[in-house]
Design a binder for this molecule. Structure first.
Ligand code: PRX
Length: 641
């Protein structure tokens, strides 16, 4: 074993997991034989329908697929009522801890009451089925309550990550014409309040569709209140009725919109619907994390991202599990904060991102070592490819040398896991998301759509939790995902296959960056840069980074008369941070006189990446001006780090 390269090591599933696993040995075979039948079984087992569906899949208007046709249900009913009315009534649904140590435990019975009241509160503000509600919130239980209350009414929510800027929030509100914004005074970051409401106020200066802004008192910091528009959450709750009849929704009614970065400057509002989403998120969590009645399951993602939607809130609650939420920084007050909580709450399943794992590795093993993590049975990874070294470290130091790691490949658009091992069945190799989930058909294809061992990752047939469109832009939906390979969904990722047939996702092949597991469009950063009066043109690429995975690197051409200096670098960086959010701030800004372009004017980002990562410059023969590269390279080598 010692001499085997890390990525070629094979780890068999632990016998004690295999013996009692939710997924039985024949799951792949059953799904292979009858894919639609497999999803039919899942839908019948996992969802409480108000009215049954007539048909599992309607593919007559591809790529506008419909799942569980004419089925009727309510999502909040499935996540709460059915548990609150069972023996799970007094089971913890949400366990929460804030950075400053506030603890909350909401049982299913308590969560049921809170959600019903908040649904009434929203209704009192005029929110009806079909209205869009924007959320800009910290990781507090009220965020989950608000999401569930929206689904009870049938009002699609649009969460905007709390780290996004006022402008990003404004654009997202305006795109979906949200009627109400739910936010909070603030939350704690390294012990100090972060004033979220101030950002919300700035966004609302130019968001005319918003009629009311509900504010959760959380950090206790001062906030400005706009008369007639702003209202405290606790005041609404104090007078809200205790029961709200769940709206009967069609399986294909819109559940939520979640904006994500694409290849243009304008984020895409990914639309998910109700029935298929509830089926696949539950089936995947049940089998991949092998959810059991006594689990304390912790997914560290923020609710502002798809992972937070699917695997902090909806799937765990629908399964009647206990989901843990933490709002705060991972090294406050000390670098063992997460392990301290994992021990205190007895966490059994832990799901995080490679960028966090690499940070823990850097800090050293003494932090996890100082805690008893022996309750952890299964680990998970998501957001970017996990490097084999980080995989091994994770297994050894967090998983006690034996917990299997579920490397789950999926996207905002896929809604739920697509490529992932199953803990009691799949032999693992460090760094690969292994095989498609049962009932999912993935392949790797070349330019001509032929199956290949290296190429583009595609989904060959529709799946229940797939996005249904881009909000307000069906053409963009078709163009982005269904143009390149016709009836195969194009994920935007490159991949390769190994001798076991395992899929290794190698990263984005389009103009999308993945910084600390967060998606960013190069065009978004470029358009922020060219807004600055000094900038004539900008090109942004990703550069390998040992913690973040990728860092933003910008090549900038200045207008005549402006001087390239360190103050300008600071200014441009700051502007991008204000415009998009701190995660988008470039690590490097390189001033240059020209950019490498093809004769048709397309920027050759591949060449810029060569420069940013210090490699020899690749093939320049297709460039309009091959000499341009030498100049840029010399500018770059002179750059101060
Ligand atoms: O490039 C892939 C990467 O993250 C992208 C999706 O980003 P987003 O929609 O923000 O969703 C992130 C959480 C699901 C993918 O196109 N990605 C996600 N998971 C993995 C991954 N790359 C490799 N391995 C993974 N497990």
């Amino acid at each position: 074993m010692e001499n085997v390269a890390l990525e070629n090591r094979v780890f068999n599933p632990p016998a004690e997991i295999t013996e009692n696993a939710n997924a039985k040995a024949d799951i792949y075979e059953l799904a292979q034989k009858d894919r639609i039948g497999f999803w039919d079984t899942q839908a019948k087992e996992l969802v409480t329908w108000v009215e049954p569906y007539d048909k599992v899949l309607d593919d007559s208007k591809a790529p506008f697929y419909k799942w569980f046709v004419n089925g009727k249900l309510n999502l909040s009913y499935n996540c709460i009522d059915r548990h609150a009315k069972s023996d799970r009534r007094n089971k913890a649904a949400i366990l929460y801890e804030s950075e400053i140590g506030r603890q909350v435990c909401l049982t299913y019975g308590m969560l049921y009451r809170e959600v019903n009241k908040f649904a009434n509160a929203l209704a009192s503000l005029g929110v009806k089925k079909g209205d869009r509600v924007a959320l800009y919130m910290p990781m507090i239980p009220e965020a989950a309550i608000a999401m569930l209350a929206c689904t009870r009414i049938g009002a699609p929510h649009s969460l905007v990550f709390g780290g996004f800027s006022p402008e990003s929030l404004r654009d997202r509100i305006n795109d979906c014409q949200a009627k109400v914004l739910i936010t909070s005074d603030g939350n704690f970051r390294r012990g100090k309040p972060f004033a979220l409401k101030n950002n919300a106020d700035k966004a609302l200066e130019d968001a005319p569709s918003i009629e009311k802004c509900v504010v959760v008192k959380n950090a206790g910091n001062d906030v400005d209140f706009v008369e007639g528009r702003d209202v405290w959450y606790h005041e609404l709750m104090a007078k809200a009725g205790s029961y709200y009849e769940p709206e009967v929704m069609d399986a294909e009614d819109m559940l939520f919109i979640l904006y994500t970065s694409g290849t243009t400057g304008k984020p895409k509002g990914v639309v998910h619907t109700t029935g298929g989403y509830l089926v696949q998120t539950q089936a995947t969590l049940k089998y991949v994390f092998d959810i059991k009645e006594d689990d304390v399951y912790w997914c560290t993602a923020d609710i502002g991202w798809i992972t937070g939607h699917s695997y902090v809130v909806y799937a765990p609650l629908a399964l009647g599990a206990t989901t843990f939420m933490y709002d705060g920084t991972i090294d406050y007050p000390a670098k063992d904060r997460l392990w301290d909580m994992a021990e205190r709450y007895g966490v059994t399943k832990f799901y995080t991102a490679p960028t966090a794992i690499r940070t823990f590795m850097k800090w050293g093993t003494e932090f996890p070592k100082s805690h008893d993590l022996s309750a952890i049975k299964i680990l998970g990874s998501v957001g970017e490819p996990i490097n084999p070294e980080a995989w091994m470290w994770y297994r050894e130091h967090i998983g006690g040398g034996q917990a299997p790691i579920m490397d789950t490949w999926w996207q905002t658009e896929t809604g739920a896991f697509m490529c992932t091992p199953l803990p009691g069945i799949t032999a693992l190799k460090p760094g690969t998301a292994t095989v498609p989930f049962p009932g999912i058909e993935l392949d790797i294809v070349d330019e001509n759509k032929n199956s290949a061992d290296v190429g583009y990752l595609v989904v060959k047939s529709p799946w229940p939790s797939m996005l249904r469109t881009i909000y307000g832009d069906d053409d963009r939906y078709v163009e982005t995902y269904w143009k390149r390979f016709g009836d195969f969904y194009f994920a935007g990722d490159g991949a390769k296959r190994d001798e076991l047939g395992y899929i290794w996702v190698t990263g984005r092949v389009d103009d999308v960056l993945n910084v600390s597991g967060h998606r960013l469009g190069t065009a978004e950063v470029e358009s922020a840069l060219v807004e600055c009066e000094e900038v004539a043109e900008a090109a942004v690429v990703g550069k390998k980074h040992d913690v973040k995975g990728e860092a933003v690197c910008a090549f900038v051409i200045l207008k005549d008369g402006f001087e390239a200096n360190s103050e300008l670098i600071d200014k441009l960086r700051k502007h991008v941070g204000v415009k998009i959010g701190p995660i988008a701030r470039p690590d490097d800004i390189i001033f240059t006189g020209g950019l490498p372009k093809t004769r048709s004017g397309k920027i050759m980002r591949r060449l810029l990446r060569d420069i940013a990562e210090g490699r020899a410059i690749g093939d320049v023969t297709t460039l309009a001006d091959p000499g341009a590269m030498q100049e840029i390279a010399s500018q770059y080598s002179g750059k101060e780090d």
